[in-house]
Design a protein around this ligand. Structure first.
Ligand code: DX5
Ligand code: ZN
Length: 223
């Protein structure tokens, strides 16, 4: 069970006044996926953007859009994000009491996208057990969702092995505080999709930074 290493720059750390150029710079710099953070001001205190802006990004992007919904009502908005071109659509397991989570995961897959669930650092990994067979990706938060530039929480590293022990065979993504000093331990723990906002967009040379992250992750994963 080997999954390709993917570097997914988070546009949350991009210059929103120059989105097309920012997308081009990380795509030319070797990004595999583009990570889009959607926040509704309810599930998290912050607000970002919705399907309209996402659709504009899709028009200039060539890489898959990995959409991370930090919203209380993914049932209401999933179709809009799928219509806008999400190739991977992830929502949070913490909202699963508000609707039919299995039904939504199946609908995402039926529409041809990868279906993902994410969990906050203080949510037990056991919460994912009922969904394991319905998921293409698990997005493990290594900070509390809501803002970029936070410090990596090492307790996240316990989750990939726990997910594998549960029988999950899909992609494991990690999000929050991923950079040159943390990516190797994430890769050793079993992560294969690395979301990085500040580490990529804060670098003068994005191509060099993405290559460095890929090299560190590849070396650690092969040990
Ligand atoms: C946080 C978002 C992240 C964020 C990561 O809620 O889900 O994707 O952009 O930012 P960094 O890489 O700066 O920690
Ligand atoms: Zn994210």
């Amino acid at each position: 069970m080997s999954h390709p290493i993917r570097i997914a720059p988070s546009l949350l750390a991009a210059d929103f006044a120059r989105l097309a150029a920012e997308v081009a710079s990380v795509e030319q710099g070797g990004a595999d996926w583009l990570h889009l953070d959607v926040m509704d001001g309810h599930f998290v205190p912050n607000l970002t953007f919705g399907p309209v802006v996402m659709e504009a990004i899709r028009r200039v992007a060539t890489k898959p859009l990995d959409v991370h919904l930090m919203i209380t009502d993914p049932w209401k908005y999933a179709d809009a994000f799928l219509d806008a071109g999400a190739q991977c659509l992830t929502f949070h397991v913490e909202v699963d009491g508000s609707g039919d989570a299995i039904g939504l995961l199946r609908k995402i897959r039926a529409r041809g996208a990868k279906a993902g669930l994410s969990l906050q650092p203080d949510t037990p990994v056991e919460r994912l057990r009922p969904y394991v067979g319905e998921l293409d990706l698990v997005l493990v938060m290594s900070v509390f969702a809501g803002f970029g530039g936070q410090k990596f929480l090492p307790s996240a590293l316990e989750r990939p092995p726990a997910l594998r022990a549960m029988g999950f065979g899909g992609d494991i993504s990690m999000d929050g505080g991923i950079g040159a000093s943390t990516i190797a331990e994430a890769a050793r723990a079993g992560v294969n999709v690395f979301v990085a906002g500040t580490a990529v967009f804060g670098a003068q040379d994005r191509a060099t930074r993405i290559a460095e992250l890929r090299r560190l992750a590849t070396a650690a994963a092969s040990v």
